[in-house]
Design a protein around this ligand. Structure first.
Ligand code: AMP
Length: 556
C-alpha cells in the first residue's frame, strides 16, 4: 500500500464507510474511524467554521436540531433543496462532501495513507442528477472519483469474489433510508445486472418512524394527556433515538422496554417483536412488491429466477425480513456482510480500475509508447501476459489474481427510461407526451436513435426536452417523467413542417447521457449536449463550494 492506494466508499443515508484492499491478505477491509467504529453516521453538525461528522453529530441532534443535518442523501439531486446556516445556503453535495472528508481524514490518521482516488456507491435506481451529485460531492471533498457504481452491484462484486461457480443472485438491500432490489448474474467472476428497482424513500428510518408514532400514542393513552409528544422537537429527537434502539434490540430479543418522557411524565412502553412486525408490516410488503416487480422484469428479459437471495443493508437484520422473503420465495436468504459488503465491493472495483490503468500503461511501455496507455485488445496475448507479469511482480501479487481482477467486467442496466417530449396527435387533439428512446433495464452502454418531425412551417429551432421516467413503455404521459435537461437544435430557414430531425441518446456505463440532435434536411446542423442535468450544481456553485471547503475543518 502506498500513496496511490485506491478506496471504495459507501456513502450511505444513515451510515458511511470506506474500504481498501489490504495488501497482506489481498482482501478488502474497512478502515476504522477515529472513534474506533467501522461505520460513521452520515450526520453533520455545523459549528462555526467546523463541521463535526459522525457519532458526536448524531448525538448532538437532540440538542441542536437546527444545526444538524441527517439523511442528506435523500436530497441528492433535488434541485431546490438547501440547508441554511449562518446566512449561507448549503447543497446536499456540499454537506455530503463533509462526510467524505471525515472518512478520508480518518483514513489518513489510521492508515497513514492519503485518500485521493475513490469509487463511490449509490443506489441502483439513482437517476442522472443524483449520480452527478454524488460525483460532485467527491469533487468538492478534493477526491478524484474514478466511478460512481451501484450499491447492489458493489455488494455482488464483494460476494462474487468468494462465490463458487456461476449463479444468479437477487440482492435485497434495505438500508437506513433506501431500499433497492437487483437481479444480478455472476459469471466467471464478472457481474451483470439484469434488472433493478427500488424506493429512495423507504428504509430503516421508516421502521423507526412507525415505532415513534406508536410510542407517542402509548404515552398519550397512559397519561390521558391530549399533548402530542411529537410536537416537542426535543422529545421527538429523543423518541427517534429510543425507537431505533428499541428496533435494534428486537432483532435479537422478543420484547423490549422503552421509556417515553415528555412534559415531566414518564411512561414505560413494552414493545414486543410481534407488535413491531404488525406496526411495520405495510413497509415490509412494499419491499416484497418491488422484489416481485424486479423478478417479473427479469422474467421478461429472460431470467426471472435466482439461485441465491442476498441480504444487504443494516435493516435486513430485522428477523421479519428473512422470514417474509422465505415465505414468499421459499429460499433461505443469505446475510452477506450487511454493513460492509458495499464498501468492500467498491474497493475491489476501484482496485480493478487502477490495475487496469497500470496494465495499460505497462503495455504502452512494452510496445515503445512510453507514458501512453495502450488497450490490451490492440496487442498480442504474449504482450498482455508480459505486462500482467511485470505489474504483478512489482505489486507483489499473484499473477493469476491480477489477471482475474483485470478480466472482471461489470455490466449495468439503465436505472430509468430516458426520452424526449413530443407532440402526440390523436383524433385531432394534441398533447405532449414522452417518447422514450432508452428503456429502464436496458443494458448500458446503449445508443438509440429515432427520427422525429418538426411541427411548424419554418420552425426556427427544435427544443429537445430530455425527460427521465420510471416506465418501460415507448410512450409515457408527460406527468410521469421529470425534466432533466434541454438541448437546442437550430434549424435553417424555410423548412416545411414535418421535416425530419434525428435524436440520438447515448447512455454511458457511469450513467451519463449524451444527447445529439441532427437536422436531416440540407443544413445538416447538429447539436450535441451531454445532459449535465439542470438540477445539479452549477459550475459557479461548485467553485464556491470548493473554495469554502478550504476554510473548513472537518472532524469527528
Ligand atoms: P445502512 O444504511 O445500511 O447503514 O443501514 C442502517 C440501518 O440499519 C439503520 O436504519 C439502522 O437502524 C438499521 N440497523 C442496523 N442494525 C440493525 C439491527 N440490528 N436491527 C435492525 N435494524 C438495524
Amino acid at each position: 500500500m502506498d500513496d496511490n492506494t485506491v478506496f471504495g466508499i459507501d456513502l450511505g443515508t444513515t451510515h458511511s464507510c470506506i474500504a481498501y484492499i489490504d495488501e497482506a491478505s489481498g482482501r478488502p477491509a474497512l478502515v476504522t474511524n477515529a472513534e474506533g467504529d467501522l461505520t460513521t453516521p452520515s450526520v453533520v453538525l455545523f459549528e462555526g467554521a467546523d463541521r463535526v461528522v459522525g457519532k458526536e453529530a448524531k448525538n448532538a441532534a437532540v440538542m441542536y436540531t437546527d444545526r444538524v443535518v441527517a439523511m442528506v442523501k435523500r436530497q441528492m439531486g433535488v434541485a431546490d433543496w438547501r440547508f441554511s446556516y449562518e446566512g449561507q445556503d448549503y447543497t446536499a453535495e456540499e454537506i455530503s462532501s463533509y462526510v467524505l472528508r471525515k472518512l478520508a481524514g480518518d483514513t489518513k490518521e489510521m492508515l497513514g495513507l492519503p485518500v485521493r482516488e475513490v469509487v463511490i456507491t449509490c443506489p441502483a435506481y439513482f437517476g442522472i442528477a443524483e449520480r452527478e451529485a454524488t460525483a460532485k460531492a467527491g469533487e468538492i471533498a478534493g477526491l478524484k472519483v474514478l466511478e460512481v457504481i451501484n450499491e447492489p452491484t458493489a455488494a455482488a462484486i464483494s460476494y462474487g469474489v468468494h462465490a463458487d461457480g456461476d449463479q444468479t443472485v437477487l440482492v435485497y438491500d434495505l438500508g437506513g433510508g433506501t431500499f433497492d432490489v437487483t437481479l444480478i448474474e455472476i459469471k466467471d467472476g464478472s457481474v451483470r445486472v439484469v434488472a433493478t428497482d427500488g424506493d429512495h424513500l423507504l428504509g430503516g428510518r421508516d421502521w423507526d418512524e412507525a415505532v415513534v408514532d406508536y410510542l407517542a400514542g402509548q404515552w398519550q393513552q397512559e397519561t390521558g394527556s391530549p399533548d402530542d409528544p411529537k410536537d416537542s422537537e426535543e422529545t421527538l429527537q429523543d423518541l427517534w433515538q429510543r425507537a431505533e434502539d428499541g428496533k435494534r434490540a428486537l432483532s435479537t430479543r422478543s420484547e423490549t422496554r422503552i421509556t417515553v418522557s415528555h412534559g415531566g411524565q414518564r411512561v414505560a412502553v413494552t414493545l414486543t417483536r410481534e407488535k413491531f412486525d404488525e406496526l411495520t408490516a405495510h413497509l415490509l410488503e412494499r419491499t416484497v412488491e418491488f422484489t416481485k416487480a424486479v423478478l417479473a422484469v427479469g422474467g421478461e428479459l429472460g431470467g426471472g429466477s435466482f439461485d441465491k437471495l442476498l441480504l444487504v443493508g443494516g435493516s435486513t437484520r430485522m428477523p421479519q425480513v428473512a422470514a417474509r422473503l422465505n415465505r414468499e420465495f421459499t429460499v433461505t436468504p443469505v446475510m452477506h456482510d450487511p454493513d460492509q459488503s458495499v464498501a468492500k465491493g467498491a474497493a475491489i472495483y476501484a482496485q480493478k480500475l487502477k490495475l487496469g490503468e497500470v496494465i495499460r500503461t505497462e503495455i504502452g511501455e512494452l510496445t515503445g509508447k512510453q507514458n501512453t496507455p495502450v488497450d490490451k485488445d490492440s496487442v498480442s496475448a504474449e504482450v498482455y501476459q508480459q505486462a500482467v507479469e511485470n505489474v504483478a511482480t512489482r505489486a507483489g501479487l499473484v499473477m493469476e489474481a491480477v489477471k482475474k481482477i483485470d478480466r472482471m467486467t461489470v455490466t449495468n442496466v439503465a436505472s430509468k427510461s430516458f426520452g424526449i417530449v413530443v407532440l402526440d396527435r390523436v383524433d385531432g387533439t394534441e398533447r405532449e407526451v414522452i417518447s422514450n428512446l432508452v428503456l429502464a433495464q436496458e443494458p448500458v452502454p446503449v445508443t438509440k436513435s429515432q427520427t422525429y418531425a418538426t411541427v411548424e412551417v419554418d420552425q426556427p429551432r427544435v427544443d429537445i426536452r430530455v425527460m427521465e421516467n420510471g416506465q418501460r413503455d415507448r410512450t409515457v404521459p408527460l406527468e410521469h417523467g421529470r425534466a432533466i435537461g434541454l438541448a437546442v437544435l437550430p434549424l435553417c430557414d424555410g423548412l416545411p413542417s414535418g421535416s425530419p430531425v434525428d435524436v440520438t441518446f447515448e447512455l454511458t456505463p457511469d450513467g451519463r447521457l449524451k444527447v445529439t440532435g441532427q437536422d436531416l434536411a440540407e443544413s445538416g446542423a447538429e447539436t450535441v449536449a451531454v445532459v449535465e442535468t439542470d438540477r445539479g450544481l452549477s459550475e459557479e456553485e461548485l467553485r464556491q463550494a470548493k473554495e469554502r471547503a478550504g476554510g473548513l475543518k472537518v472532524s469527528g
